[in-house]
Unconditional design. Structure first.
Length: 255
C-alpha cells in the first residue's frame, strides 16, 4: 500500500518543512501533498528545491511553495515561518528536518566546525519551534516534529558534533512537549537509523559499510525515506492526539 492510498485526514492542513528539497525532506513534502495538505518547504539547495517544486506542482491542487533559505539565519527563519503561516491561513504541522551529518575526527575537531554543526543541526529546530508555537497557540492545536538520530543512542566514530546535536534534539523534544502542552501543541521526534537517501548513497556508503550496517539491525534491509514519511503522517494526524514528548525510533531494530 502506498502513502497516497492511506488517508490520514490531513487535507487542508498547513505544513512547513525545513530541509525539504532532498532525501527524507523531499519524501515528507511529497507525502503531505498526497494527503491534500498545504505545504511550504525551505532548503538552502535552491536548484533541488525548484526541481521538486516543478515535479509536484502539476499534482497539487492546494498551496505548494518552495523558498530558498539558510536556516542558520534565525531572524529570517522565524520571519519566514510567521509570513508563510499567515499565507497558509494556519500552521498545523512544523517539521524540523534540516540536518548535515558531516564527519570530523573528534581529536582534531575545531571550535568553528563544532559551532557550525550546532548551527545547522540543533539551533534552527529550537527557533523554528518557537516561531511555530507563536503561529499555533491561538488555535490551541498543532504538531511539531523534530528529527533526531539513532546515533545519539548508539554512537558512531567521527560524528561527535552531529551526534551531540541530535541528542540535544531528543532532549529539546521532551522539554518543549512540557512547555507547549498546555496550548495543546504536541512535540515529538522521529529517530531514524541509516536511511537510503541520495546523499548517503553517494557520499558515505560503500558495499562493505552497508554489510556492516545490516549486521547491526534485526530487519536487514534498507530504510527508505518513504517509510520515515509514513510515521510523520501518523504523528501529524489526529490518530496520535495523545502522543507527545516521544522519540520514536525507526531503525530496523538496532537500538
Amino acid at each position: 500500500m502506498t502513502i497516497s492510498q492511506l488517508d490520514y485526514r490531513l487535507g487542508g492542513r498547513g505544513v512547513f518543512v525545513t530541509g525539504g528539497a532532498t532525501g527524507i525532506g523531499a519524501a515528507l513534502v511529497k507525502a503531505f501533498i498526497e494527503q491534500g495538505s498545504n505545504v511550504v518547504f525551505v532548503d538552502i539547495n535552491n536548484q533541488a528545491g525548484e526541481t521538486l517544486l516543478h515535479e509536484l506542482t502539476p499534482k497539487a491542487d492546494q498551496q505548494l511553495r518552495f523558498l530558498p533559505l539558510d536556516v542558520t539565519n534565525t531572524q529570517l527563519l522565524q520571519q519566514t515561518i510567521a509570513e508563510q503561516a499567515a499565507l497558509l491561513g494556519r500552521l498545523d504541522v512544523m517539521i524540523n528536518n534540516v540536518g548535515n551529518d558531516s564527519r570530523h575526527d573528534a581529536t582534531e575537531l575545531e571550535e568553528q566546525d563544532w559551532m557550525q554543526c550546532m548551527a545547522v543541526n540543533l539551533h534552527p529546530a529550537f527557533f523554528a519551534s518557537q516561531a511555530a508555537f507563536n503561529a499555533m497557540k491561538d488555535t490551541q492545536s498543532g504538531v511539531i516534529l523534530n528529527f533526531s538520530s539513532n546515533t545519539a543512542y548508539v554512537g558512531e566514530r567521527n560524528m561527535a558534533g552531529y551526534i551531540t546535536a541530535k541528542a540535544g534534539l531528543a532532549g529539546m523534544t521532551k522539554a518543549l512537549a512540557k512547555d507547549y502542552g498546555s496550548d495543546h501543541i504536541r512535540v515529538n521526534a522521529i529517530v531514524p537509523g541509516w536511511v537510503a537517501t541520495e546523499r548517503q548513497l553517494e557520499q558515505w556508503l560503500s558495499p562493505e559499510q552497508e554489510q556492516q550496517l545490516m549486521a547491526m539491525v534485526a530487519i536487514q534491509k534498507r530504510i527508505t525515506p518513504e517509510e520515515i514519511a509514513r510515521l510523520a503522517l501518523f504523528l501529524a494526524s489526529d490518530d496520535s492526539t495523545f502522543i507527545t514528548g516521544q522519540c520514536m525510533v525507526v531503525d530496523g531494530g538496532r537500538i
